[in-house]
Design a protein around this ligand. Sequence first.
Ligand code: SAM
Length: 243
Amino acid sequence: MTDTVSFGYEDVAPHEKTARVGEVFHNVASRYDVMNDAMSAGMHRVWKDVFVRRVKPRKGEQILDMAGGTGDIAFRMKPSGASITVADINPAMLEVGMQRAAERGLDGLVWTEANAETLSFPDRFFDAYTIAFGIRNVTDVPKALREAHRVLRRGGRFYCLEFSTTLWPGFADVYDAYSHKLVPKLGKLIANDEDSYRYLIESIRRFPDMASFKAMIEESGFTETRVEPMLGGLVAIHSGWKT
Ligand code: SAM
């Protein structure tokens, strides 16, 4: 790993990124769900629905929802009858997730604090690994991808939903202006936290483009890797198999 990593538009030491990302999600946890709706005009719900349709969770499967936060992906997969473990590095996000699960009467989900880079699960344990809007916040992405590969059984599948770079030129300009100017203001208005939302937008800009991230997934051992862009790649689903 290099000496510095990106924290939004800043370059910081790896341990500093982990700590500052921790602060961001600690700060936003209680307003996270409201802000997701406000920032994406509710579209994150559609992206997550499509994502879970691609994952196709099945009864009896063991699925790890990494960086699962407040449970949006796990809640969508639960009706399938799969056994789902929600793992996240941030206890504040997990706490909100557990409260939401209780409010919805959803029991049987396993909630656990874990860093995607160093998982304590055994090798070849899970049938599927999902990570939604989480990977760009991880300090050492290749290490997290290698861990994903390790904990999947042979024939297991990897699915990642993440912001990327839209290839629609006009739309890219509009989105750029919206995200840099308006999102931090929305963060201030709704969550009284401009800086955390500035980081979230900047971290999208610094994340590798679709082709580069696909190559990283391949380098960590996955095969048959695919990218499904949405809105020209504003958001993308990357997937791969462990063979
Ligand atoms: N997956 C949820 C969703 O789609 O709503 C939450 C996404 S939220 C934008 C990003 C999550 O990544 C946060 O809950 C954060 O704590 C988690 N995260 C950041 N770094 C992590 C790491 N190294 N390991 C595990 N989780 C991490």
